[in-house]
Design a protein around this ligand. Structure first.
Ligand code: BGP
Length: 471
């Protein structure tokens, strides 16, 4: 890997910080989420239910432990660390004019601590969260007004932190909402709670449009504030393979990938691709997309593509290219790959495939900002032997190296998701652990919060020290 390649780890504010109502912070949408129910997807409450357990309220209390955690990251050799800014720490309700100074100070100190330890901050503005007030009062991203609120937040952050933070991301996994749950659920990134009688698909595409406009505006403003800033999009890259070489499967896979990745086309190229325009027409959506929006999209194209990579899927087709099919019915098992304890397919080669796909399509620098292995760890006498995690990461890093060294892709860095154990986004559990650092905290919220190094800690330390030569 080249000498400037950035190795590190990643988390998100709401999954680690805790301190949910401290120093003026307002409740954000993830503060209203309970642990997952029987099917594991998390439940949003309308108001805080007294006595109920909300995993994000304390999380791993990074808010008060960040110095200790950064010292451990430094010991591992991290050159960068990705986290997010909690919007509700800066704007407790979201629609205020003036920011909360206490919230801003927390990030001054956090970024300072990182830089002091030689760790570059990679910062997401909205990682699956927003002030809950914006959800209740405005309906989240279904409302055009959110663009202004977000831009106010983004501008405050760019102005305050541009000397400390060069790499920014606008929305985490913006494309995840395209596989919305038709049963009706909430997307924490778009803050939408569906009404029973509405066209949910239309609501999702409308919200996505407002988010894309907000993202493009943010890119433009950031560059006006400081032209050296690098502003990226962030996409969940889950490539979808045709199940076979049957042309029916091939065509279906094109549609499946369009459905997930059209967001990248808009972020990178600055306009809606033909297949999306036709799709909106066929659906008769008549979305609120005005000329001024199209102009902003053109002017606010991103500087790099950040993405998460965990798995791949495959589809069987019928010779059509659909964008409006139900993935839960159509995705099928790939017989060549295994799954994790949580049913996530494990496909290291899919990472090389993804890097090549993005390179061919966009020719922009890329950043792998999430990759990792969620597993049940056995913790005994302060020790965790997590060979399975090492095996997963080793295989993925090898594919990443091949993509860079053999295929010539342009990659800025790699951050392992959940480098310190944190609250699982999808389930709210602590036992779905990704970290090199074990945190003594259980699913029921009990634990000392003490940190311990797992076996993978020294393994990753060696990887970074040798710039990926020794895996
Ligand atoms: C990504 C999210 C992260 C993180 C990760 C792992 O989709 O950006 O926030 O949580 O997935 O998912 P989980 O925590 O559900 O295992």
């Amino acid at each position: 890997m080249n000498k400037d390649f950035l190795w590190g780890g990643a988390v998100a504010a709401h999954q680690v910080e805790g301190a949910w109502n401290i120093d003026g912070k307002g409740p954000n949408i993830s503060d209203m989420m309970l642990v997952g129910g029987a099917n594991k997807s998390r439940i949003i409450t309308d108001n805080i239910i007294s006595g109920a357990y909300y995993p994000n309220h304390e999380a791993i209390d990074f808010y008060h432990h960040y110095k200790e955690d950064i010292a451990l990251f430094k010991e591992m050799g991290f050159q960068c660390f990705r986290t997010s800014i909690s919007w509700a720490r800066i704007f407790p309700k979201g629609d205020e004019k003036e920011p909360n100074e206490e919230g801003l100070k927390f990030y001054d100190n956090l970024f300072e601590e990182m830089l002091k330890n030689g760790i570059k901050p990679i910062i997401t503005l909205s990682h699956f969260e927003m002030p809950f007030y914006l959800v209740k009062k405005y309906g989240g991203w279904r409302n055009r007004k959110l663009i202004d609120f977000f831009i106010n937040f983004a501008t405050v952050c760019f102005k305050r932190y541009h000397h400390q933070v060069k790499y920014w991301l606008t929305f985490n996994e913006i494309n995840n909402q395209s596989n919305y749950n038709s049963e009706g659920s909430v997307f924490t990134n778009s803050g939408i709670i569906f009404n029973n009688d509405e066209d949910k698909e239309k609501v999702v595409y409308q919200a996505s449009h407002y988010e894309l406009v907000a993202s493009a505006k943010a890119v433009k403003i950031a560059h006006e504030i400081d032209s050296s800033l690098m502003i990226g999009c962030m996409i969940a890259m889950t490539p979808i393979y045709p199940y076979s070489c049957n042309p029916d499967d091939m065509l279906k896979a094109i549609g499946s990938n369009h459905k997930r990745f059209w967001y990248t086309d808009v972020h990178v190229r600055g306009y809606y691709p033909g297949y999306m325009k036709k799709f909106f027409e066929r659906k008769d959506f008549c979305l609120d997309i005005i000329n001024e929006d199209l102009d902003i999209l053109k002017k606010g194209t991103v500087d790099y593509i950040a993405f998460s990579y965990y798995m791949s899927f495959s589809v069987k087709g019928d010779g059509n290219i659909y964008l409006d099919y139900d993935e839960s019915k159509d995705l099928c098992n790939n017989p060549y790959i295994q799954k994790s304890d949580w049913g996530w397919p494990i496909d290291a080669k899919g990472l090389r495939y993804t890097l090549n796909y993005l390179q061919d399509r966009y020719e922009l620098p890329m950043f792998i900002v999430e990759n990792g292995f969620g597993a049940y760890d056995t913790f005994e006498n302060g020790i965790v032997h997590d060979q399975y995690r090492i095996a997963y990461l080793k295989a993925h890093i090898q594919q990443m190296k091949d993509a860079v060294e053999i295929d010539g892709v342009n990659l800025l860095g790699y951050t392992v998701w959940g480098c310190i154990d944190c609250v699982s986004f999808s389930t709210g559990e602590m036992q779905k652990r990704y970290g090199f650092i074990y945190v003594d905290k259980n699913n029921d919220g009990k634990g000392t919060l003490k940190r311990y190094k797992k076996d993978s800690f020294s393994w990753y330390q060696k990887v970074i020290e040798t710039n990926g030569e020794i895996l």
